[in-house]
Every structure is written in structure tokens, then in C-alpha cells.
Design a protein around this ligand. Sequence first.
Ligand SMILES: Nc1ncnc2c1ncn2[C@@H]1O[C@H](COP(=O)(O)OP(=O)(O)O)[C@@H](O)[C@H]1O
Ligand SMILES: [Mg+2]
Length: 267
Amino acid sequence: MADEVLRLDKVCKAYNIGMPSETEVLHDIDLRLEKSEFLALMGPSGSGKSTLLNIVGLLDRPTSGRLTIKGQDTGLLGDTAITRLRGHTIGFIFQDHHLISAFTALENVMMPMLVDRGFPSADITRRASDLMARVGLSKVAGNLAMNMSGGQQQRVAVARALAMNPDLVLADEPTGNLDSKSADSVFELMRQVNRESGTSFLIVTHNLDLARRCDRIIDVVDGRITGTAADGVPESDARETVMRVPGDSIANGTDGVSGSELHPASP
Ligand SMILES: Nc1ncnc2c1ncn2[C@@H]1O[C@H](COP(=O)(O)OP(=O)(O)O)[C@@H](O)[C@H]1O
Ligand SMILES: [Mg+2]
């Protein structure tokens, strides 16, 4: 299907194959993600969420089953083609921002483009600056990553994930280290990118409040998908959240939606 970004058919992953400690961590995972979908992946610690993200992100290979990305059966690709597909198709956001602390925010965002070597250097600077504006951080683009707040660092990580204009962004507990206001703001930033650019997102989160604002929730327990809760995310709720977000919350660099707009005042 043309608009299918991702498809997993009976994907299994085992570690320590052939050893007494061999364990299968993912069992028969079937999953599809369409262009512009924004999915939450939930489940207890150790259930296999990060393993699944690593496989989808082409950082690790399935033991069996088929992983198709934008119509390409990745099992047929060699390492060079995999690296290229990953670089041009997938952006990553981690719980710890994984920025290079001693580099400026702008330099961090330039990094994936410098590594790719497919861009003229003037374009790289301009594109990185545009991305910094997009995440509301133009004014602090020259600051060292280590001197930024956790929320700002995660916004830079979002900008870096978008550097190569990926079809799919994978985020492993991207708001796990943030206070609730920053978590909300970073989440809304990703949601806005998703709406504006049609970038698909697959986000691991333990935050049910944020997961409910995704298009679908996938539950992983003991390496199996136990439920896809489109039914658990009322369509009206998702739409309502979209409607309430001010369109200029990124451009003006504010934190966007205030807590009180999203959560009714407690009695
Ligand atoms: N490299 C590895 N070698 C062996 N076991 C691993 C490896 N990575 C993860 N595991 C095991 O796989 C299971 C799932 O881990 P993980 O995907 O990190 O779970 P989650 O992200 O849901 O917390 C855990 O039991 C973990 O110990
Ligand atoms: Mg994990």
C-alpha cells in the first residue's frame, strides 16, 4: 500500500541464540503504521518496547518475520542499504536527549546532515536554523546543549530527529525525564509536526494522559501485542485536543498550551 510507512508481519526477536540463556523477547508481532499516524506504544518495563523500536528503527534485525518500510522488505537489504534507508526515513528521539553537550543546539541539529554528506554546507546551516525556529528555539540556537533546560534539550532532539525529513519518528519515552509541563509541551510539539508535515510517529510512553492524545495505543505485554486501543482512545478526545492547540505555539517559542487549558481545574 502506497501510504503504509511501516509493516511488521510475525516479527520475532530472540537474544543469545544458541546459548543456554536464549530468550525470545518479541513473539509474532504484527503491526502497521500509515503515513501521518501517531501511535503510542505502552506496556510494562521489560515487555519489549525498546527492542521493538530498535528493530523498526533498523538498529537491530528481527530473528524471523518480515519488516517492511515504505514498501521495501528490509530483510532483502544489505547493511549499506539499511544504513541509507535508516538515515533517510527514520528519526530518533530518546529519553535522554543524546545531544552532544559541548556542541551548540544548532550544531547538534546539523549533525545528521553533516554525516549524510548529501547537503551543501550552506543548506545545512539554513535548514538547521529553520528547524530551530520550528521548535521555538531560534533565540538560543547558539547555546551549548549542556546549558539548556531539559525541555529545551528535548526540543532540540526533536529538531535533530527531523533534520533528514524522515517519514517516521521513533521516540522511546521522550518525555520520561521531563516535568509535566515540559512533557506536555514537547508532546504537543511532536503532535504539531505530525499534523503539519504528515510525519508518522511511534512513541513509547508510560504517560496515559499523553497516550490518550495519540491516534492509537498499542499495548505490549511479554513481547506480544495484547491490544490496539483505538477503542480506548475516543475519536472525539483526539480531535478535541487537536482543536485546542494554538497554531502558533511553536513559532512564538512559548510552551504552547497551558496546563489549565488541557486539564480542568481541580476542585
Ligand atoms: N541485548 C540484549 N540481550 C539480552 N536480553 C535483552 C537485550 N536487550 C533487551 N533484553 C531483554 O529483553 C526484554 C525486553 O527489553 P526491552 O525491550 O528493553 O523492554 P522495555 O523497553 O519494554 O522495557 C527484557 O527482558 C530485557 O532484559
Ligand atoms: Mg525501554
